[in-house]
Ligand binder design. Structure first.
Ligand SMILES: Nc1ncnc2c1ncn2[C@@H]1O[C@H](COP(=O)(O)OP(=O)(O)O)[C@@H](O)[C@H]1O
Ligand SMILES: [Mg+2]
Length: 393
């Protein structure tokens, strides 16, 4: 399970940082619950500081009916009326009080959907229920309408000491054998972003639990498997499945030699990724299909067995811990550029990365031109240095 989900704050007291703001928001909620109307709240600040979490914490602490709305729903009059119907207002005698959440409104009101901002503003100006709007950046002109309807609360980055202590507590309760230096390094790199910190800790977790030697054996077992059953048997113990995916991803080109085998293997792995993104969050039982795609699917991608010794390598992702922050930023722009070309969303687009890497090894210039990648982005995709890209090597 994702640590960010498992350790999501359940009440306001579980939340780190921004103590005065949290208290202010509690008072705002209590006002509503005692029947006094207040302006909607616009909470803005850097990612991973708890903007979305606080809405959920209020929901569970005060037993509210939390309704998330996006711009297109807000434009739909009938839907808005239904949601805000007779029993809608806070403190109503009928059912639970509602709290409306318009999450990441700066994205919703973005350039691609210029009507979105107006729909949100209009809704806020007449909302009979408490509403929370979140955003990272609110100073764009197009956002001034929303700003004027709200009381603005700024969330600051969480300080490093709090982040580190939080990581220590979680490492302890998850029995992760992670050194104090590593926790300190993760806390530093997170730059006040708790989501990033927990995700980095999660990436470290499996290595802390499973010996490298065992993982190498598993990876070998999966690659060499010639039947579905053999591939599934290769996985044993308390191995984290996301880690297996990273290892397969890293080592497919080392194990497989023909282009067809490599493409088929990556195809299966990409399907597992997409499957995971869409399904795992909601239905854990379906996870076994995605495990199959990442293991047996990759094993059976080969046309015939390779009877050779392969030296498998450690996933680059884990080696590059020090670069995770830059990585995230660059992954975002790469995902957007691919998404624009393949008409998919950013997350799904990233499933193409392994294929692009293979293609780009021989056709770097075509790749750059087609997706409009910068040299940095190309270097990232090819997992090489910018200087090598510049030299055309
Ligand atoms: N202030 C906080 N206190 C405790 N955990 C937090 C806090 N902010 C973020 N987190 C952790 O990070 C995850 C993502 O936080 P989220 O509220 O979605 O961030 P934001 O909306 O500000 O980008 C949460 O599920 C939680 O695990
Ligand atoms: Mg959020």
């Amino acid at each position: 399970m994702l640590l960010t989900v498992k350790y999501a704050p359940k009440k306001l007291a579980d939340m780190l940082g921004n103590a005065d703001r949290l208290e202010h928001i509690r008072q705002w909620m209590l006002h509503w619950l005692s029947g006094k109307k207040r302006k909607p709240l616009l909470i803005y600040g850097p990612p991973g500081t708890g903007k979305t979490s606080i809405a959920y914490a209020l929901k569970s602490e005060y037993d509210l009916d939390l309704v998330e709305m996006n711009a297109s729903e807000l434009r739909n009059r009938a839907r808005v009326d239904r949601i805000l119907g007779a029993s809608a207002s806070a403190g109503s005698l009928f059912g639970r009080a509602k709290l409306i959440l318009i999450d990441d409104a700066d994205v919703l009101a973005g350039r691609t959907d210029s009507g979105g901002g107006n729909a949100i503003k209009n809704f806020l100006s007449e909302s009979p229920c408490p509403a929370i709007v979140t955003a990272t950046d609110i100073w764009d002109k197009s956002f001034s309408g929303i700003r004027s309807e709200c009381e603005i609360v700024d969330f600051k980055r969480i300080n490093k000491l709090s982040v580190r202590k939080h990581l220590e507590r979680i490492a302890e309760s998850e029995s992760l054998d992670v050194s104090a230096e590593t926790l300190e390094a993760i806390a530093t790199r997170a730059e006040g972003d708790l989501r990033a910190a927990l995700n980095d800790l999660q990436a470290m977790g499996p290595t802390a639990r499973v010996h490298d030697k065992d993982i190498f054996e598993m990876v070998r077992g999966i690659f060499k498997a010639e039947t579905y059953a053999a591939a599934r048997e290769a996985i044993s113990g308390e191995i984290d499945y996301d880690l297996i995916k990273l290892w397969m991803d890293e080592n497919i080109p080392a194990e497989y030699e023909t282009a067809a085998d490599i493409a088929a293997a990556y195809d299966s792995l990409s399907k597992a990724d997409i499957f995971d993104g869409r399904i795992r969050k909601t239905n854990w039982q379906l996870m076994k299909y995605s495990i199959d795609l990442a293991t047996a699917g990759v094993a059976l991608a080969k046309a015939r067995p390779y009877h050779k010794f392969t030296k498998y390598s450690f996933p680059a992702y884990l080696k590059n811990m020090s670069r995770t922050v830059e990585r995230r930023a660059i992954l975002k722009t790469i995902g957007l550029k691919i998404g624009a070309r393949v008409h998919g969303n950013r997350r799904d687009a990233l499933a193409y990365l392994p294929l692009l890497k293979e293609f780009g090894k021989k056709h770097a210039h075509e790749l750059m031109a087609f997706y409009d990648f910068s040299e940095d982005e190309l270097a990232f995709i090819l997992e090489t240095s910018v200087s090598r890209v510049k030299a055309g090597a």
